[in-house]
Write a protein that binds this ligand. Structure first.
Ligand SMILES: NC(=O)c1ccc[n+]([C@@H]2O[C@H](COP(=O)([O-])OP(=O)(O)OC[C@H]3O[C@@H](n4cnc5c(N)ncnc54)[C@H](OP(=O)(O)O)[C@@H]3O)[C@@H](O)[C@H]2O)c1
Length: 322
């Protein structure tokens, strides 16, 4: 895979640079003096995120329309694809997110093939293919397939909930546990999950760029603990020094009702909460640890990740504005 090593004179294209993961990766790559190009819908949103002295070219564009891609790919030998189009308050409008995500990925791959891009690194979701997979997790897997279908060698990382200030799933967890000493949850409360700290996700993303042998491979990435959602909520409360939460399991509570309820008691809009809540029925744990062979990360325990996220939160609202 020697030929796929990142050329320090080449640029790395970062897609999703204004997002929860992308905004942090932008800072991390800039700190490593990597030359970057970002394609963003709103340059004014990305500018405050760019460290002084960093070599970052900002291109205004839109993946859904295919705008700006040709220019953004000029001189790039590797790209990070950290794009997600969930958002907004409306559940109905948001139901189309899967189609939007596929269209954006196809536009990117078409342009990447035309430009001769050599590598792409995509961060998607865990969850096993099959009948019961939620629309959200199915969509993440479909995007992985599209990203891997191009000529660029794709590295696919698959993660469950990422613990960090501003992450949609983490904010939902945070507000629910902080605000509700008593909770009523459906059966997903006993589904298993293996959350991961944002710091570790960044280490894996950077590590994959630095190790060309990760090209063309898919890896599960996780934190050290497998928890049920119930255990995760209690561990969050413990990490924050809150009283143990009282959690009742009820037989029925539809994802739609739960999403409206989350909208009511947290700042996470129902349009984002709905696909995430739907996904809570799917177990999201690592099935393999192949990544350890290529990128070494001392995995952060869940409670430590919560403490870091909370201290970040005190510095200001999450980047995604919850
Ligand atoms: N957050 C988690 O807990 C988590 C867990 C596992 C995996 N992941 C994966 O990590 C990746 C990044 O997630 P995230 O949480 O960082 O998402 P996010 O905060 O919602 O960020 C999404 C990014 O995509 C950009 N984008 C959306 N539509 C676009 C378009 N048409 N053209 C150009 N840019 C567009 C957004 O730009 P704007 O600022 O213009 O909207 C934003 O920068 C996703 O693939 C997700 O599945 C996340």
């Amino acid at each position: 895979m020697e030929g796929l090593a990142h050329n320090p004179d080449g640029r790395v294209l970062l897609l999703g640079a204004t997002g929860f993961v992308g905004s942090r990766l932008l800072k991390e790559l800039a700190r490593k003096r990597i030359k970057l190009t970002v394609l963003v819908r709103s340059p004014e949103k990305v500018k405050p995120l760019i460290p002084k002295d960093a070599d970052v070219e900002v291109i205004k564009g839109d993946l859904l329309k295919g705008e700006g891609l040709e220019q953004a790919l000029e001189g790039a030998d590797c790209a990070y694809y950290l794009v997600h189009s969930m958002g907004g308050r409306s559940v109905t409008v948001n139901l189309e997110f899967a189609e939007r995500d596929k269209k954006a990925a196809r536009n990117f791959i078409r342009a990447a093939d035309a430009s001769g891009l050599r590598r792409v690194i995509y961060l998607g979701g865990l969850g096993e293919a099959g009948e019961g997979l939620s629309e959200h997790l199915k969509s993440r897997a479909e995007v992985a397939k599209i990203i891997s279908s191009g000529m660029a060698a794709a590295t696919v990382l698959r993660a469950a909930v990422i613990i960090g200030a501003g992450g949609a799933s983490f904010e939902m967890l945070r507000y629910l546990v902080e605000r509700l000493p008593v909770m009523v949850c459906p059966k997903w409360v006993d589904t298993r999950i293996q959350p991961i700290a944002i710091k570790d996700v960044l280490s894996y993303l950077v590590g994959c760029l630095e190790n060309p042998d990760t090209a063309g491979k898919t890896f599960d990435i996780c934190g050290p603990e497998v928890l049920t959602y119930r255990e995760m909520m209690q561990a969050y409360a413990e990490a924050r020094g809150l009283a143990r939460r009282i959690i009742f399991r009820v037989p029925v509570l539809t994802p739609l009702l739960a999403a409206y309820w989350v909208d009511l008691v947290t700042p996470v809009p129902s349009g984002i909460a709905h696909p995430l809540i739907e996904g809570l029925r799917n177990e999201v744990v690592c099935k393999e640890d192949l990544i350890d062979k290529y990128v070494h990360v001392d995995r952060t325990p869940f409670k430590e990740a919560v403490k870091v996220a909370f201290s970040e939160e005190k510095e200001g609202p999450g980047i995604t504005g919850f």
